[in-house]
Design a protein around this ligand. Structure first.
Ligand code: COA
Length: 386
Protein backbone atom coordinates (compact mmCIF):
# COMPACT_ATOMS: atom_id res chain seq x y z
CA UNK A 1 0.00 0.00 0.00
CA UNK A 2 1.25 3.50 -0.82
CA UNK A 3 2.42 5.36 2.27
CA UNK A 4 0.93 8.88 2.24
CA UNK A 5 1.35 11.75 4.64
CA UNK A 6 3.09 15.01 5.49
CA UNK A 7 6.18 15.65 3.39
CA UNK A 8 6.89 19.23 4.47
CA UNK A 9 5.46 21.68 7.00
CA UNK A 10 6.07 25.42 7.22
CA UNK A 11 4.58 28.16 9.39
CA UNK A 12 3.86 31.89 9.38
CA UNK A 13 2.21 34.29 11.77
CA UNK A 14 1.38 37.99 12.06
CA UNK A 15 4.24 40.47 12.47
CA UNK A 16 3.18 41.81 15.90
CA UNK A 17 2.29 40.40 19.28
CA UNK A 18 0.84 41.40 22.63
CA UNK A 19 2.31 40.13 25.89
CA UNK A 20 -0.75 38.92 27.84
CA UNK A 21 0.75 40.17 31.13
CA UNK A 22 0.10 43.70 29.76
CA UNK A 23 -3.52 42.81 28.97
CA UNK A 24 -3.96 41.31 32.46
CA UNK A 25 -2.51 44.44 34.03
CA UNK A 26 -4.90 46.65 32.05
CA UNK A 27 -7.87 44.48 33.09
CA UNK A 28 -6.75 44.35 36.75
CA UNK A 29 -6.41 40.55 36.53
CA UNK A 30 -3.64 38.38 38.02
CA UNK A 31 -1.31 37.63 35.05
CA UNK A 32 -1.10 34.02 36.27
CA UNK A 33 -4.71 33.55 35.21
CA UNK A 34 -3.57 33.84 31.58
CA UNK A 35 -0.07 32.35 32.03
CA UNK A 36 -1.12 29.35 34.14
CA UNK A 37 -4.95 29.23 34.05
CA UNK A 38 -5.12 29.52 30.23
CA UNK A 39 -1.52 28.48 29.50
CA UNK A 40 -0.94 31.53 27.29
CA UNK A 41 1.96 34.02 27.31
CA UNK A 42 1.34 36.10 24.17
CA UNK A 43 -0.91 36.45 21.13
CA UNK A 44 -0.01 37.38 17.56
CA UNK A 45 -1.78 40.47 16.22
CA UNK A 46 -2.05 41.18 12.48
CA UNK A 47 -1.01 44.53 11.00
CA UNK A 48 -3.53 46.22 8.66
CA UNK A 49 -1.82 44.65 5.61
CA UNK A 50 -1.90 41.11 7.05
CA UNK A 51 -4.71 38.55 6.92
CA UNK A 52 -5.25 34.83 6.31
CA UNK A 53 -4.15 35.14 2.68
CA UNK A 54 -0.85 36.89 3.39
CA UNK A 55 0.01 34.49 6.24
CA UNK A 56 -0.99 31.47 4.13
CA UNK A 57 1.18 32.57 1.20
CA UNK A 58 4.10 33.29 3.54
CA UNK A 59 3.75 29.81 5.12
CA UNK A 60 3.51 28.05 1.75
CA UNK A 61 6.26 29.95 -0.10
CA UNK A 62 9.21 28.03 1.44
CA UNK A 63 7.51 24.75 0.49
CA UNK A 64 7.18 25.82 -3.13
CA UNK A 65 10.79 27.07 -3.07
CA UNK A 66 12.08 23.75 -1.71
CA UNK A 67 10.05 21.32 -3.85
CA UNK A 68 9.00 23.38 -6.84
CA UNK A 69 5.39 23.96 -7.88
CA UNK A 70 5.15 21.36 -10.61
CA UNK A 71 3.77 18.48 -8.49
CA UNK A 72 1.12 20.61 -6.78
CA UNK A 73 -2.23 20.08 -8.48
CA UNK A 74 -4.53 20.90 -5.57
CA UNK A 75 -4.57 23.64 -2.93
CA UNK A 76 -6.95 23.10 0.00
CA UNK A 77 -7.35 26.24 2.14
CA UNK A 78 -8.84 25.63 5.60
CA UNK A 79 -10.07 28.65 7.55
CA UNK A 80 -12.70 30.04 9.89
CA UNK A 81 -11.79 33.61 8.95
CA UNK A 82 -12.54 33.64 5.22
CA UNK A 83 -12.13 36.99 3.45
CA UNK A 84 -14.92 36.42 0.92
CA UNK A 85 -18.24 34.60 1.06
CA UNK A 86 -17.78 33.13 -2.39
CA UNK A 87 -14.22 33.25 -3.71
CA UNK A 88 -11.80 30.83 -2.12
CA UNK A 89 -8.79 32.33 -0.32
CA UNK A 90 -6.83 29.61 -2.14
CA UNK A 91 -7.28 31.55 -5.42
CA UNK A 92 -5.38 34.53 -3.98
CA UNK A 93 -2.62 32.26 -2.66
CA UNK A 94 -2.43 30.47 -6.01
CA UNK A 95 -1.80 33.83 -7.72
CA UNK A 96 0.68 35.12 -5.11
CA UNK A 97 2.75 31.93 -5.35
CA UNK A 98 2.58 31.75 -9.14
CA UNK A 99 1.15 28.23 -9.22
CA UNK A 100 0.20 26.50 -12.44
CA UNK A 101 -3.26 27.32 -13.87
CA UNK A 102 -3.90 23.55 -13.93
CA UNK A 103 -4.39 23.57 -10.16
CA UNK A 104 -7.59 22.77 -8.27
CA UNK A 105 -8.27 25.31 -5.47
CA UNK A 106 -10.94 25.36 -2.77
CA UNK A 107 -11.66 26.70 0.73
CA UNK A 108 -13.03 24.53 3.55
CA UNK A 109 -14.92 25.69 6.65
CA UNK A 110 -15.86 24.10 9.98
CA UNK A 111 -14.60 26.40 12.76
CA UNK A 112 -11.16 25.16 13.94
CA UNK A 113 -11.52 21.68 12.41
CA UNK A 114 -11.39 22.07 8.62
CA UNK A 115 -7.60 21.66 8.23
CA UNK A 116 -8.03 18.07 9.34
CA UNK A 117 -10.77 17.51 6.77
CA UNK A 118 -8.41 19.07 4.20
CA UNK A 119 -5.62 16.70 5.26
CA UNK A 120 -7.92 13.68 4.95
CA UNK A 121 -9.14 14.81 1.52
CA UNK A 122 -5.53 15.38 0.42
CA UNK A 123 -4.59 11.83 1.44
CA UNK A 124 -7.40 10.50 -0.73
CA UNK A 125 -6.24 12.48 -3.75
CA UNK A 126 -2.61 11.35 -3.35
CA UNK A 127 -3.59 7.72 -2.73
CA UNK A 128 -5.46 7.80 -6.06
CA UNK A 129 -2.87 9.84 -8.00
CA UNK A 130 0.47 9.15 -6.25
CA UNK A 131 2.46 11.39 -8.60
CA UNK A 132 0.42 14.44 -7.47
CA UNK A 133 0.99 16.45 -4.30
CA UNK A 134 -1.53 18.54 -2.41
CA UNK A 135 -0.82 21.83 -0.65
CA UNK A 136 -2.93 22.00 2.53
CA UNK A 137 -2.99 25.40 4.22
CA UNK A 138 -4.60 26.24 7.55
CA UNK A 139 -4.73 29.97 8.31
CA UNK A 140 -6.79 31.96 10.77
CA UNK A 141 -7.14 35.17 12.72
CA UNK A 142 -9.01 34.56 15.98
CA UNK A 143 -11.02 37.68 16.84
CA UNK A 144 -13.23 38.15 19.86
CA UNK A 145 -14.74 41.32 21.27
CA UNK A 146 -12.49 43.33 23.61
CA UNK A 147 -13.16 43.31 27.37
CA UNK A 148 -14.58 39.77 27.23
CA UNK A 149 -13.31 36.55 28.82
CA UNK A 150 -12.35 35.37 25.34
CA UNK A 151 -10.15 38.42 24.55
CA UNK A 152 -6.90 36.76 25.80
CA UNK A 153 -7.60 33.72 23.60
CA UNK A 154 -7.18 35.57 20.30
CA UNK A 155 -4.21 35.03 17.98
CA UNK A 156 -3.17 34.46 14.38
CA UNK A 157 -1.14 32.04 12.32
CA UNK A 158 -0.85 29.76 9.30
CA UNK A 159 0.57 26.29 8.72
CA UNK A 160 1.20 24.96 5.22
CA UNK A 161 1.74 21.24 4.62
CA UNK A 162 2.70 19.36 1.50
CA UNK A 163 0.91 16.01 1.33
CA UNK A 164 2.63 13.38 -0.82
CA UNK A 165 3.33 9.70 -1.17
CA UNK A 166 6.47 8.42 0.61
CA UNK A 167 6.44 11.49 2.90
CA UNK A 168 9.59 12.77 4.62
CA UNK A 169 7.99 13.75 7.96
CA UNK A 170 4.98 11.61 8.89
CA UNK A 171 2.75 8.89 7.57
CA UNK A 172 -0.93 9.49 8.35
CA UNK A 173 -2.30 6.15 9.50
CA UNK A 174 -5.60 4.96 8.00
CA UNK A 175 -7.74 4.64 11.15
CA UNK A 176 -9.66 7.75 12.16
CA UNK A 177 -12.41 8.46 14.70
CA UNK A 178 -15.10 11.12 14.27
CA UNK A 179 -17.79 12.67 16.47
CA UNK A 180 -20.25 15.27 15.17
CA UNK A 181 -22.95 16.97 17.25
CA UNK A 182 -24.98 20.18 16.72
CA UNK A 183 -23.82 22.47 19.57
CA UNK A 184 -24.04 26.29 19.82
CA UNK A 185 -20.68 26.70 21.57
CA UNK A 186 -18.97 29.04 19.08
CA UNK A 187 -20.01 30.48 15.74
CA UNK A 188 -19.67 33.65 13.70
CA UNK A 189 -22.81 34.95 11.97
CA UNK A 190 -22.41 36.34 8.44
CA UNK A 191 -22.86 39.90 9.72
CA UNK A 192 -20.21 39.68 12.46
CA UNK A 193 -16.43 39.87 12.32
CA UNK A 194 -16.00 38.68 15.90
CA UNK A 195 -17.04 35.22 17.08
CA UNK A 196 -20.03 34.54 19.34
CA UNK A 197 -18.89 32.13 22.03
CA UNK A 198 -20.19 30.30 25.06
CA UNK A 199 -16.74 29.55 26.49
CA UNK A 200 -17.69 27.06 29.20
CA UNK A 201 -19.96 25.15 26.82
CA UNK A 202 -17.16 25.06 24.24
CA UNK A 203 -14.82 23.39 26.73
CA UNK A 204 -17.42 20.71 27.50
CA UNK A 205 -18.27 20.22 23.82
CA UNK A 206 -14.56 19.89 22.97
CA UNK A 207 -14.07 17.20 25.62
CA UNK A 208 -17.30 15.33 24.77
CA UNK A 209 -16.32 15.22 21.10
CA UNK A 210 -12.85 14.01 22.11
CA UNK A 211 -14.21 11.02 23.99
CA UNK A 212 -16.65 10.28 21.15
CA UNK A 213 -13.91 10.53 18.51
CA UNK A 214 -11.54 8.38 20.57
CA UNK A 215 -14.15 5.63 20.98
CA UNK A 216 -14.88 5.71 17.25
CA UNK A 217 -11.13 5.59 16.48
CA UNK A 218 -10.71 2.49 18.63
CA UNK A 219 -13.84 0.83 17.20
CA UNK A 220 -12.41 1.31 13.68
CA UNK A 221 -9.09 -0.37 14.41
CA UNK A 222 -7.15 2.60 15.80
CA UNK A 223 -4.03 2.00 17.89
CA UNK A 224 -4.29 1.04 21.55
CA UNK A 225 -3.60 3.88 23.96
CA UNK A 226 -0.38 2.19 25.15
CA UNK A 227 1.07 2.29 21.63
CA UNK A 228 0.62 6.06 21.20
CA UNK A 229 3.79 7.86 22.27
CA UNK A 230 2.75 11.53 22.02
CA UNK A 231 -0.48 13.50 21.74
CA UNK A 232 -1.20 16.76 19.91
CA UNK A 233 -4.53 18.33 20.83
CA UNK A 234 -6.25 21.36 19.32
CA UNK A 235 -5.13 24.31 21.44
CA UNK A 236 -7.54 27.28 21.54
CA UNK A 237 -5.49 28.02 24.68
CA UNK A 238 -2.84 25.53 25.69
CA UNK A 239 -4.41 24.59 29.04
CA UNK A 240 -7.21 23.06 26.92
CA UNK A 241 -4.75 20.43 25.68
CA UNK A 242 -3.89 19.57 29.29
CA UNK A 243 -7.59 19.16 30.07
CA UNK A 244 -7.99 16.89 27.02
CA UNK A 245 -4.99 14.79 28.00
CA UNK A 246 -6.35 14.36 31.52
CA UNK A 247 -9.80 13.46 30.19
CA UNK A 248 -8.32 10.78 27.93
CA UNK A 249 -6.40 9.30 30.88
CA UNK A 250 -9.60 9.08 32.92
CA UNK A 251 -11.65 7.75 30.00
CA UNK A 252 -9.18 5.00 29.08
CA UNK A 253 -7.75 4.32 32.54
CA UNK A 254 -4.26 4.67 31.04
CA UNK A 255 -1.37 6.24 32.98
CA UNK A 256 -0.71 9.09 30.51
CA UNK A 257 2.09 11.47 31.47
CA UNK A 258 2.41 15.26 30.93
CA UNK A 259 5.68 14.56 29.04
CA UNK A 260 3.58 13.00 26.25
CA UNK A 261 2.17 16.41 25.30
CA UNK A 262 4.16 19.15 27.06
CA UNK A 263 6.40 20.09 24.14
CA UNK A 264 3.35 20.53 21.86
CA UNK A 265 2.31 23.78 23.55
CA UNK A 266 5.52 25.73 23.00
CA UNK A 267 4.45 27.65 19.87
CA UNK A 268 0.77 28.09 20.67
CA UNK A 269 1.64 29.68 24.04
CA UNK A 270 3.17 32.51 22.00
CA UNK A 271 0.84 32.65 18.98
CA UNK A 272 -2.49 32.45 20.77
CA UNK A 273 -5.38 30.72 19.06
CA UNK A 274 -4.89 30.12 15.36
CA UNK A 275 -8.09 28.06 14.99
CA UNK A 276 -7.54 25.61 12.08
CA UNK A 277 -3.75 25.94 12.29
CA UNK A 278 -3.44 25.40 16.04
CA UNK A 279 -3.30 21.57 15.97
CA UNK A 280 -0.60 21.72 13.30
CA UNK A 281 1.40 24.30 15.25
CA UNK A 282 1.25 21.75 18.10
CA UNK A 283 2.68 19.15 15.71
CA UNK A 284 5.41 21.57 14.57
CA UNK A 285 6.34 22.24 18.20
CA UNK A 286 6.51 18.51 18.94
CA UNK A 287 8.67 17.79 15.88
CA UNK A 288 11.02 20.69 16.68
CA UNK A 289 11.06 20.14 20.43
CA UNK A 290 11.77 16.41 20.85
CA UNK A 291 15.20 14.92 20.12
CA UNK A 292 14.22 11.86 18.13
CA UNK A 293 10.69 10.83 17.19
CA UNK A 294 11.68 8.24 14.57
CA UNK A 295 8.96 5.58 14.27
CA UNK A 296 7.01 7.18 17.15
CA UNK A 297 3.23 7.25 16.93
CA UNK A 298 1.55 10.62 17.53
CA UNK A 299 -2.16 10.89 18.35
CA UNK A 300 -3.82 13.96 16.82
CA UNK A 301 -7.08 15.41 18.15
CA UNK A 302 -8.79 18.04 16.02
CA UNK A 303 -11.86 19.95 17.25
CA UNK A 304 -14.08 22.50 15.55
CA UNK A 305 -16.95 24.11 17.45
CA UNK A 306 -20.41 23.63 16.21
CA UNK A 307 -19.19 20.78 16.43
CA UNK A 308 -16.92 18.01 15.16
CA UNK A 309 -14.00 16.16 16.73
CA UNK A 310 -11.63 13.84 14.87
CA UNK A 311 -8.87 11.65 16.31
CA UNK A 312 -6.22 10.11 14.05
CA UNK A 313 -2.58 9.14 14.30
CA UNK A 314 0.76 9.76 12.61
CA UNK A 315 3.84 7.59 12.41
CA UNK A 316 7.03 9.68 12.26
CA UNK A 317 9.36 8.71 9.41
CA UNK A 318 13.06 7.89 9.68
CA UNK A 319 15.22 10.88 8.71
CA UNK A 320 12.35 13.34 9.34
CA UNK A 321 14.65 15.88 11.03
CA UNK A 322 16.26 16.86 7.73
CA UNK A 323 12.86 18.15 6.53
CA UNK A 324 12.17 20.35 9.59
CA UNK A 325 12.30 24.15 9.62
CA UNK A 326 13.09 24.65 13.30
CA UNK A 327 15.41 27.66 12.88
CA UNK A 328 13.06 29.44 10.47
CA UNK A 329 10.16 29.01 12.90
CA UNK A 330 12.24 30.40 15.76
CA UNK A 331 13.17 33.41 13.62
CA UNK A 332 9.55 34.05 12.66
CA UNK A 333 8.37 33.98 16.28
CA UNK A 334 11.30 35.97 17.67
CA UNK A 335 11.13 38.71 15.05
CA UNK A 336 7.57 39.81 15.86
CA UNK A 337 7.25 43.39 17.07
CA UNK A 338 5.85 43.87 20.59
CA UNK A 339 2.73 46.03 21.00
CA UNK A 340 1.38 47.79 24.07
CA UNK A 341 -2.31 47.41 24.92
CA UNK A 342 -3.30 50.74 23.30
CA UNK A 343 -1.59 49.82 20.03
CA UNK A 344 -3.21 46.35 20.01
CA UNK A 345 -6.64 47.82 20.80
CA UNK A 346 -6.21 50.38 18.01
CA UNK A 347 -5.48 47.60 15.52
CA UNK A 348 -8.46 45.62 16.80
CA UNK A 349 -10.76 48.64 16.40
CA UNK A 350 -9.38 49.51 12.95
CA UNK A 351 -10.09 46.06 11.52
CA UNK A 352 -12.73 46.26 8.82
CA UNK A 353 -14.24 43.55 6.64
CA UNK A 354 -16.20 46.19 4.72
CA UNK A 355 -15.88 46.38 0.94
CA UNK A 356 -18.32 49.29 0.51
CA UNK A 357 -15.67 51.96 -0.04
CA UNK A 358 -12.45 51.65 -2.03
CA UNK A 359 -9.37 51.94 0.18
CA UNK A 360 -5.64 51.54 -0.06
CA UNK A 361 -3.54 49.93 2.66
CA UNK A 362 0.17 50.63 2.85
CA UNK A 363 2.36 47.47 2.73
CA UNK A 364 4.08 48.13 6.06
CA UNK A 365 4.64 44.64 7.53
CA UNK A 366 7.97 42.91 6.85
CA UNK A 367 6.27 39.82 5.36
CA UNK A 368 6.62 39.24 1.59
CA UNK A 369 2.86 39.37 0.93
CA UNK A 370 0.47 42.22 1.66
CA UNK A 371 -3.23 42.99 1.64
CA UNK A 372 -3.14 46.33 -0.18
CA UNK A 373 -6.79 47.28 -0.03
CA UNK A 374 -10.19 47.08 -1.68
CA UNK A 375 -10.94 48.24 -5.22
CA UNK A 376 -14.33 47.91 -6.87
CA UNK A 377 -15.41 45.75 -3.88
CA UNK A 378 -12.61 43.22 -4.59
CA UNK A 379 -9.67 42.55 -2.26
CA UNK A 380 -6.22 43.22 -3.67
CA UNK A 381 -2.95 41.55 -2.67
CA UNK A 382 0.68 42.14 -3.65
CA UNK A 383 4.04 40.47 -3.31
CA UNK A 384 6.67 43.07 -2.48
CA UNK A 385 9.89 41.02 -2.49
CA UNK A 386 9.59 39.93 -6.12
N1 COA B 1 -3.73 31.79 38.71
C1 COA B 1 -3.82 30.60 38.05
N2 COA B 1 -4.97 30.17 37.47
C2 COA B 1 -6.05 30.96 37.52
C3 COA B 1 -6.02 32.19 38.20
C4 COA B 1 -4.79 32.60 38.81
N3 COA B 1 -4.68 33.76 39.44
N4 COA B 1 -7.24 32.77 38.09
C5 COA B 1 -8.02 31.90 37.40
N5 COA B 1 -7.31 30.81 37.05
C6 COA B 1 -7.75 29.66 36.26
C7 COA B 1 -9.14 29.20 36.61
O1 COA B 1 -9.15 28.42 37.79
C8 COA B 1 -9.48 28.40 35.37
O2 COA B 1 -8.85 27.14 35.44
P1 COA B 1 -9.71 25.78 35.24
O3 COA B 1 -10.11 25.76 33.78
O4 COA B 1 -8.73 24.71 35.57
O5 COA B 1 -10.88 25.86 36.14
C9 COA B 1 -8.78 29.18 34.24
O6 COA B 1 -7.84 30.04 34.90
C10 COA B 1 -9.74 30.04 33.40
O7 COA B 1 -10.46 30.88 34.22
P2 COA B 1 -12.08 30.91 34.23
O8 COA B 1 -12.49 32.01 35.16
O9 COA B 1 -12.64 29.58 34.44
O10 COA B 1 -12.49 31.23 32.74
P3 COA B 1 -12.78 32.59 31.98
O11 COA B 1 -14.11 33.10 32.39
O12 COA B 1 -11.64 33.53 32.07
O13 COA B 1 -12.87 32.08 30.48
C11 COA B 1 -12.46 30.77 28.53
C12 COA B 1 -11.94 31.18 29.91
C13 COA B 1 -11.50 29.81 27.88
C14 COA B 1 -13.84 30.11 28.66
C15 COA B 1 -12.58 32.08 27.66
O14 COA B 1 -11.30 32.61 27.49
C16 COA B 1 -13.20 31.83 26.31
O15 COA B 1 -14.43 31.85 26.16
N6 COA B 1 -12.38 31.62 25.24
C17 COA B 1 -12.87 31.39 23.88
C18 COA B 1 -13.47 30.00 23.68
C19 COA B 1 -12.48 28.89 23.71
O16 COA B 1 -11.29 29.11 23.52
N7 COA B 1 -12.99 27.68 23.92
C20 COA B 1 -12.15 26.49 23.97
C21 COA B 1 -12.78 25.25 23.40
S1 COA B 1 -12.99 25.36 21.65
Amino acid sequence: MTVVGIHDLSIATASRFLDLALLAERAGIDPDKYRIGLGQDQMSVPAPDEDIVTMAAAAAMPIVERHGASGIRTVLFATESGVDQSKSAAVFVHELLGLDPATRVVELKQACYSATAALQFALGIVARQPEESVLVIAADVARYAVDTAAEPTQGAGAVAMLVTQDPAIAEVEPATGIHTADVDDFWRPNDSDTAVVNGKLSIDAYLDAFVGAWDDYRARGGAAIESIDYFCHHQPFTRMAVKAHQRLAVHTGAALTPAQMESTTRYNRRLGNSYTASLYFALAALLDGEDDLTDRRVGMYSYGSGSIGEFFSLRIRPGYRTALRTEATKRILDSREPLDVDAYRALHAAHSASSEVDREIAPTSPAPFHFIGVQGRARRYARTDA
